[in-house]
Design a protein around this ligand. Structure first.
Ligand code: PDD
Length: 280
């Protein structure tokens, strides 16, 4: 890998991008991030990602590192430098480096890094067969609406799921499905989409909101409400959404088929419309 990465105002070969050992992103996971998809060399829904980054930084009281146009130009430069056709741009803003302390009130010299990753999104390998997920207790912290780099539990859950032969884990709390390890979870039941409401228990996914809008425009009912594990098992269809997977069908939950056990028509249509809107 010899990508160009961005760090604090500079574009450098990735192995020259270095952060202090005192960086609070490293010591305290004191950082917010965004992952913006790139499809056909174009950034997808960048303004919404910039808005969410601004929200996360505001909740953490980290000073915004740059204006939205400047952040956009960093993203565009990286896509261009690295010739990315399909994949993502990862951007992380930490509170910066300071002597280790639990008190952060007067630290304001944020560290900004960004890099690109190539990935198949349109022809994602799990789309045709559909994903198999397992159910796992949601033991993450209580402010999941902030997109922080505190991802250890999600990473553990995903790894354990993979080791047991699943594509991902759907996280559950008090008997309801919150979301997947790095996607929002949806079911289709009685012809309506159901997904967890926006609150502190889930990340307000950009793809989630696009899909809800597409569904409403198609005349499909949408219920933003918690759904129980049993309801998910009995659903006609299930899928998950994220910037890097778009709409990913889920055909099996904890070894029980969802519906017919193949990607369902509503899911496939929403995925089709998701990409169709990019060509409009
Ligand atoms: N993850 N929920 C969680 C916990 C996530 O980490 C993500 C995104 C989503 C979907 O959000 P969006 O549609 O805005 O991508 C939901 C990114 C892709 C990641 O961490 O790589």
């Amino acid at each position: 890998m010899d990508r160009i990465a961005y760090i604090n105002g500079e574009y450098v070969p990735e192995n020259r991008a270095r952060v202090s050992i005192f960086d609070r992103g490293f010591l305290f996971a004191d950082a917010a991030y965004e992952v913006t998809a790139v499809i056909g060399g174009r950034l997808i829904d960048f303004p919404a990602h910039a808005r969410r980054l601004s929200y996360s930084l505001g909740e953490l009281r980290i000073d915004p590192p740059a204006s939205e146009p400047d952040l956009l130009s960093i993203h565009r430069s990286l896509v261009e430098h690295n010739g990315v056709e399909e994949g993502s741009v990862y951007m992380q803003v930490s509170r910066g480096a300071a002597d280790r302390s639990f008190l952060y009130s007067d630290i304001s010299d944020s560290t900004v890094i960004a890099f690109t990753q190539e990935k198949r999104i349109v022809d994602h390998p799990a789309v045709a067969r559909g994903a198999h997920v397992t159910l796992t207790d949601d033991l993450r912290w209580g402010r999941r609406d902030i997109k922080t780099v505190q991802l250890l539990y999600s990473s553990m859950a995903r790894t354990q799921a993979a080791e047991a032969g699943y594509d991902d884990a759907w996280l559950t709390q008090d008997g309801v499905v919150t979301e997947a390890t790095s996607s929002n979870a949806f079911i289709v039941t009685e012809g309506r989409l159901v997904t967890h409401p926006l609150d502190r228990h889930i990340l307000p996914g950009i793809t989630r909101s696009v899909v809800i809008e597409l569904a409403v425009n198609t005349g499909l009912g949408v219920e933003e409400r918690a759904f129980a594990v049993d309801e998910a098992r009995r659903a006609d269809e299930a899928f998950m959404t994220s910037s890097t997977t778009a709409v990913l069908p889920v055909v099996n939950i904890d070894d029980l088929s969802v519906g017919d056990g193949v990607p369902g028509p509503v899911t496939r249509e929403l995925r089709r419309r998701y990409f169709e809107r990019l060509t409009e």
